[in-house]
Design a protein. Structure first.
Length: 254
């Protein structure tokens, strides 16, 4: 019962956030075999908009862009694993003026991601190979992705209307993983998901870096800060500090 009441509080907090930050709207689409969350953020007055992650062509979010006559400025990637980048080329084709933005480390690691059957743990790979949809996703052709328009780095700031989106380097899940902070929300990709962390058992993932990055976020943001992750439902800094099963504020449990 306590857990249900807490999640209701998170839901109400999210609604309050969108009302209080009245110029800024956020929409989510979940798609793909790994249920990736992609986000559309836009300013209702200026119509400026950004995407965060591209788990597919994210048609429902693109429909909003066109119906509301939004001006898509940026496509931000928290990281470049297959499930978060597979829709990028389709989005760039649809919105050629939007600037693609992700970290240099992710661009450098494309060559590793293409060898997915070697860098991920054997049990995961064996299971994925039994699913043709997942195999198609994992065989994403990184050679089709060009160098980003903007390499993202720590403390860079970008405007959506009158609201500032800030880039925070949070390595661990991958070498170039990023968290985006805006208003009283953060978008950490797969660094931290509800009650847990993203996948751990593959080449280039660092548990030590995950702990450092997550605890840095715990210190940087107040408890009421909403976490919109790359998978699963939303949470808050306060909830994860106490309840995250892998990295709480004081304990690490792998």
């Amino acid at each position: 019962m306590k857990h249900q009441l807490y999640m209701l509080a998170i839901t109400l907090l999210l609604c309050t956030t969108l009302s209080a930050q009245s110029d800024l709207m956020i929409k989510k689409q979940t798609s793909g075999p790994f249920n990736v969350n992609s986000y559309l953020l836009y300013d209702m007055n200026t119509k400026e908009a950004v995407f965060i992650d591209a788990g597919s062509a994210i048609d429902s979010l693109s429909d909003i862009v066109e119906q509301a006559k939004l001006k898509l400025k940026y496509i931000f990637l928290t990281h470049a694993h297959q499930d978060h980048i597979i829709g990028l080329n389709a989005l760039k084709k649809r919105y050629p003026k939007a600037k693609v933005c992700f970290s240099k480390e992710e661009f450098q690691d494309f060559r590793h991601y293409m060898s997915w059957d070697e860098i991920f743990d054997t049990a995961s790979v064996d299971g994925w190979k039994k699913d043709t949809v997942i195999v198609k996703l994992m065989n994403f052709d990184y050679k089709m992705v060009k160098k980003p328009d903007i390499y993202l780095d720590n403390d860079q700031e970008y405007k959506i209307g009158n609201t500032i989106l800030k880039v925070i380097k949070t390595p661990g899940h991958s070498r170039g993983s990023l968290t985006f902070s805006i208003a009283n929300m953060i978008f950490p990709g797969d660094l931290i998901v509800y009650h847990a962390t993203g996948d751990l058992d593959y080449f280039l993932c660092s548990k030590d870096e995950i702990v450092k990055s997550i605890r840095m976020l715990y210190k940087l943001f107040p408890d009421e800060t909403i976490i919109h992750s790359g998978h699963g439902k939303s949470s808050t800094i306060g909830y994860e500090k106490t309840n995250n099963k892998n990295v709480s504020e004081t304990k690490t449990m792998w």
